[in-house]
Design a protein around this ligand. Structure first.
Ligand code: NAD
Ligand code: TYD
Length: 347
């Protein structure tokens, strides 16, 4: 197979690229990425010279360029991860999210349709989405694949819109597709704007840990390598025109999670018990903050035999170890644009 992975230089995409290259040496993996602030070729340093790997620098919003690479490389499948992915940035600049997440997705759909439509056999457009499209839950209940969409942030609205377009291309033009909606990922290579890597970085540097509101918000957390495994399974064995929810069976209130992280960091850094926790600072809440996300992942578990392989405590330890072992990576991504973003967001 020739597989196009979009956003392969980002957090989840880099783990997907590595997994496919390693497990399927007879596939050719094309990684298309615009290298925005979130895209980093350092994430793929170890595999960049693999004979079955090609990096293409390009923007999914550039329609003629996208059509050209589809014509040239004869992709059998697309795994579409490229996106603007951070809720706080979407509150500041929604149009960037409309452009990449909505328009970019439609440009890819158009290119796939026009290249494949004479014979859709063996073709697949795999769209990677988020549980945030379902909106928020109260204290009970779980998101299933049939939960109605009810997005709250510009980010989740743009992802919901892109999911609708993918399904519409399936219904209207017969484009073969599959969608998965995953909960919050964490692990190596995540840009330190998201909760866990941001707090690891701040603990290392003894900077305040900015908890939004009272910290009583719940997320379901999944180790990124387990998401990459799920993506591999859905790509190969997922049914056409189906949706799969992916989650860690692992709900945590933010404050409880942050306290566990602080405890593990104190131990790992040889600091006194409670030292990292003393950095917690409650700050103004995020507007439109969804109270709780929780995924019912029984469909992918029952149909495709997928389950998370690590506990949250193990995954968090591996994540901390990775950030401590990759200080240069952290230093590089927290210079320049990051400082500007951080100053604006946490002033
Ligand atoms: P990320 O922000 O780390 O990476 C996004 C990648 O897309 C970057 O490499 C960036 O350079 C690239 N990109 C952005 N705009 C582009 C454009 N116009 N053209 C080409 N490339 C572009 O994101 P992530 O956390 O790895 O998320 C990947 C996907 O998974 C996204 O679609 C996101 O919505 C989805 N998702 C993420 C999570 C999570 O917890 N991170 C959970 C569920 C779903
Ligand atoms: P985040 O990692 O941004 O993911 P998402 O908003 O997509 O779930 O945030 C996870 C949770 O942590 C969310 O409830 C917001 C909260 N949060 C903070 O309390 N402080 C922060 O600085 C950040 C980035 C997030």
């Amino acid at each position: 197979m020739n597989i196009l992975v979009t956003g392969g230089a980002g957090f989840i995409g880099s783990h997907v690229v590595r997994r496919l290259l390693t497990n399927y040496p007879n596939y050719h993996i094309y990684n298309l990425d615009a290298l925005t602030y979130a895209g980093n070729l350092e994430n793929l340093k170890d595999i960049e010279s693999a004979p079955n790997y090609t990096f293409i620098k390009g923007d999914i919003t550039e329609s003629s360029f996208i059509h050209t690479i589809f014509k040239k490389h004869k992709f059998d499948a697309v795994i579409h991860l490229a996106a603007e992915s951070h809720v706080d940035r979407s509150i500041y600049d929604p149009m960037a999210f409309v452009k990449t997440n909505v328009l970019g997705t439609v440009h890819l759909l158009n290119a796939a349709k026009s290249t494949w439509e004479t014979d859709y056999t063996g073709k697949r457009f795999y769209h990677i989405s988020t549980d945030e499209v379902y909106g928020t839950l109260e204290d009970t209940g779980l998101f299933t694949e049939t939960t109605a969409y009810d997005p709250s942030s510009p980010y989740s609205a743009s992802k919901a819109s892109s999911d609708h377009f993918v399904r519409a291309y399936g219904e209207t033009y017969g484009l073969p597709y599959v969608i998965s909606n995953c909960s919050n990922n964490y692990g190596p290579n995540q840009f330190p704007e998201k909760l866990i890597p941001l707090f690891i970085n701040n603990i290392i540097k003894n900077k305040p840990l900015p908890v939004y509101g009272d910290g009583n918000y719940t997320r379901d957390w999944l180790y990124v390598l387990d998401h990459a495994l799920a993506i591999d399974l859905v790509l190969h064995n997922g049914k056409n025109a189906e949706t799969y929810n992916i989650g860690g069976f692992n709900e945590w209130k933010n404050l409880k999670l942050v306290k566990l992280l602080c405890k593990q960091m104190d131990k790992r850094l040889g600091r006194a018990v409670g030292e990292s926790e003393s950095l917690i600072k409650y700050i103004k809440d995020r507007p439109g903050h969804d109270l709780r996300y929780a995924i019912d992942a029984s469909k992918i578990k029952n149909e495709l035999g997928w389950e998370p392989s690590v506990t949250f405590e193990e995954g968090l330890e591996k994540t901390i170890d990775w950030y401590l072992a990759n200080e240069e990576w952290l230093k590089n991504v927290t210079s320049g644009e990051y400082r500007e973003y951080y100053g604006r967001q946490y002033k």
